[in-house]
Design a binder for this molecule. Structure first.
Ligand SMILES: [Zn+2]
Length: 300
């Protein structure tokens, strides 16, 4: 499993991904237009739109991502339900949710509709994983919700922050060494009871092992007091709506508002919150879409 995924990623990066930006060429009509114009006004006589200058490349599958470019000063990029504001240099980032539709319309706001294209994603098969843990922590659900609600509010507020970080431009690095003990997207069965899917990649490593920033960013949440499920939780904004989450830490070495560089130590791995043993849970989100961290890092 691990090697198959690695091979697919290598193919994506090695070939510098799929240059979907060339698709617009297909829209050029064949040469040899009729010499006489039609007698009545017809929309087909309208001048053909120029080719879109939108280009992009990436890993085109559910949980994947793309980086793209439009000329400076161009309007927002429209991708499915998202409106993406490019950086000043025209570059932008987008991600594809685990359950993203397999075809997404893409275009530039204000540009001719005829220039709209489609991003086609490969469908993923998600693993079923059995977890030897209760589906929810012990205690009455009212007590749990009273504690949980403010935690979820803090997470949502942190994820909504826009820091201008530029780490989204980088090739991501592994945040920790160790055995992969849980795959992104896996449907989890807790002692026979189906739960939600696994939202990150689990890297099993002894308690106290340092973990590092996979890319540049800004710390938007550093919870030193355990969250119910996540334990000591760290959220990093990488810019363009892309963010990392690290769960179950034993200790955190950074604080909210702090700028971090790729490779910088963020804390140590632990088993805080709901965890069956010490491991680093690494999640990646882009504007609410959940992405697969394995599709961001080089194979190993
Ligand atoms: Zn996990």
């Amino acid at each position: 499993m691990k090697f198959r995924r690695a091979a697919r990623l290598a193919a994506g990066l090695g070939g510098l991904a799929i240059l979907a930006g060339c698709v617009a060429a297909e829209r050029r009509a064949a040469d040899g237009a009729p010499p006489t114009p039609p007698p009545t006004p017809d929309t087909s006589a309208a001048p053909r739109p120029a080719e879109s200058a939108l280009t992009f490349s990436g890993v085109f599958e559910q949980g994947g991502w793309m980086r793209g470019r439009v000329p400076r000063g161009t309007g927002a990029v429209l991708l499915g339900r998202h409106r993406i504001e490019p950086e000043a240099d025209g570059q932008f980032f987008a991600g594809f949710d685990r359950d993203a539709p397999l075809r997404l319309a893409i275009g530039v706001d204000g540009e001719d509709d005829a220039l709209r294209r489609e991003v086609v994603l490969q469908r993923r098969e998600w693993r079923i994983e059995h977890v030897n843990a209760a589906i929810r922590p012990p205690g009455s659900s009212e007590t749990f919700l009273a504690r949980r609600r403010p935690e979820l509010e803090r997470i949502a507020a942190a994820r909504a922050r826009r820091t201008g970080a530029q780490g989204w431009r980088q090739v991501f690095a592994w945040p920790a060494e160790g055995r992969i003990s849980g795959l992104f997207g896996a449907q989890r069965i807790y002692r026979g009871e189906p739960g939600s899917y696994h939202t990150g990649l689990d890297i099993a490593t002894p308690r106290g092992t340092p973990f590092t920033a996979p890319a540049d960013g800004v710390v938007v949440l550093a919870a030193r007091e355990d969250f119910t499920l996540e334990g000591k939780l760290l959220l990093i904004d990488h810019g363009q709506g892309l963010g990392s989450a690290f769960l179950h830490a034993d200790s955190l070495a950074v604080s909210e508002g702090q700028t971090v560089r790729q490779g910088q130590v963020l804390g140590t791995v632990g088993a805080s919150g709901r965890a069956s043993g010490p491991h680093l849970h690494w999640g990646l989100t882009w504007n609410g879409e959940r992405l697969d961290p394995l599709l961001f890092v080089p194979p190993r």
